[in-house]
Design a protein around this ligand. Structure first.
Ligand code: KIV
Ligand code: ZN
Length: 385
């Protein structure tokens, strides 16, 4: 099995969803859950965009220890310096710089020639490399760019020190065959491409983000960028849970795996939905309310005889529990302990006592305490010890 790195951008591209605005404590809560989920890289924000985002990225970088934390920057010294200030205390920092490479963006948005785009990218990657061991460079609107130009530019950016090259489908325009061919073209035409991680980043405007991502993986991508629940600009980004579970379920065909703890998926999805207010549609793949529900008599009959007749994914794989215990102020210690066991968390009697006390306090304010709430309570006690 080959390992695909997961780059989560829920806190940056995901937060660019219209109407979503997370404060720094909410961002930190999501960041801690992403760490539990086991993402390889988390993009915490865009420090040059606002003081609030700078503070949130800094707080996450100062707190999260086991995941590489990155932040977005334009190819400008002031953006890179600001990102460095926010990320300097994290053990595995990465900077993510981007510049558009398509004719339409270069002509109308940037008003730059292709030569200027190349020169600025190379100069800023060199500059970023002075402070960051890991430099990711993204060709914004790569899928509407000219491949020979892009290949030459990528070669120079790698020579300048980039360690990750990302080819975003910024406007969700590509198709699986075309996106796959683009990755193969770069693999075949850019010298030294094997020295770097090659990353895909798909938006979902035509509803093909997951299929495009799978095509990129089959053609050489080693890193997948996306968000929890697929939130993001316009129709969103690829939903990471869809790609991770597809790779697991179709491991026979693909032969790739991720480092995600798949049973943390539902919890991550619920938390992101709750804090962003972007609720998941009932029929959403992997995490929707109906994803494991069966309605028709024929299906129910089949499932009762053998679940695999109509279920390709077991709910437990992604942390969907069939447990329907209602946890509120009348619940006792026994039910609470049951929950802890169901989460698979080991706790001392003393930790259980403290967590149970905190749970009882919470029930005074909330009619129903969800699994999410209880898990957070438990984790808070565990990290305090
Ligand atoms: O979609 C995109 O092009 C982006 C870049 C900033 C990487 O999000
Ligand atoms: Zn994007």
């Amino acid at each position: 099995m080959s390992r695909i790195r997961i780059f989560d951008t829920t806190l940056r591209d995901g937060e660019q969803s219209p109407g979503v605005n997370l404060n720094k404590m909410e961002k930190l809560e999501i960041a801690k859950q992403l760490e539990r989920l086991g993402v390889d890289v988390m993009e915490a924000g865009f420090p040059a965009a606002s003081e609030g985002d700078f503070q949130a990225v800094k707080l996450i970088a100062d707190t999260v220890r086991n995941v590489s934390v990155t932040a977005l920057a334009r190819t400008r010294k002031e953006d890179i310096d600001r990102a460095y200030e926010a990320l300097k205390n994290t053990p595995h920092p990465r900077i993510h710089v981007f510049l558009a490479t398509s004719p339409i963006h270069m002509t109308y948005k940037l008003k730059m020639t292709p030569e200027q785009v190349t020169a600025q990218s190379v100069e800023m990657v060199k500059y970023a490399k002075q402070s960051f061991p890991e430099v990711e460079w993204s060709a914004e609107d790569a899928t509407r760019s000219e491949w020979p130009f892009l290949a030459e530019l990528i070669e120079q950016v790698i020579d300048a020190g980039a360690t990750v090259i990302n080819l975003p489908d910024t406007v969700g325009y590509t198709t699986p065959k075309e996106y796959g061919n683009m990755f193969r073209y770069m693999k075949e035409n850019v010298p030294n491409i094997d020295r770097v991680d090659l990353s895909c980043h798909c938006h979902n405007d035509l509803g093909m983000a997951a299929a495009n991502t799978m095509a990129a993986i089959e053609n050489g991508a080693t890193q997948v960028e996306g968000t929890i629940n697929g939130i993001g600009e316009r129709a969103g980004n690829v939903a990471l849970e869809e790609v991770a579970v597809a790779l697991k379920i179709r491991g026979d065909r693909y032969g790739y795996e991720t480092g995600l703890k798949l049973n943390e998926i539902k919890r991550s999805s619920d938390l992101v939905a709750k804090l962003t207010g972007m609720y998941v549609q009932a029929n959403k793949a992997i995490v929707g309310r109906n994803a494991y529900a069966h309605e028709s008599g024929i299906h129910q009959d089949g499932v009762l005889k053998n679940a695999e007749t109509y279920e390709i994914i077991t709910p437990e794989l992604v942390g969907v529990s069939s447990n329907t215990l209602f946890m509120g102020k009348h619940s006792g210690r026994h039910a609470f302990k049951d929950k802890i066991n169901a989460f698979g968390v080991e706790m001392t009697e003393e930790e259980i006592r403290t967590a149970f006390k905190n749970f009882k306090t919470l029930t005074d304010h909330k009619r129903e305490v969800t699994d999410d709430d209880i898990y957070t309570l438990i984790m808070e006690v565990k990290t305090e010890q």
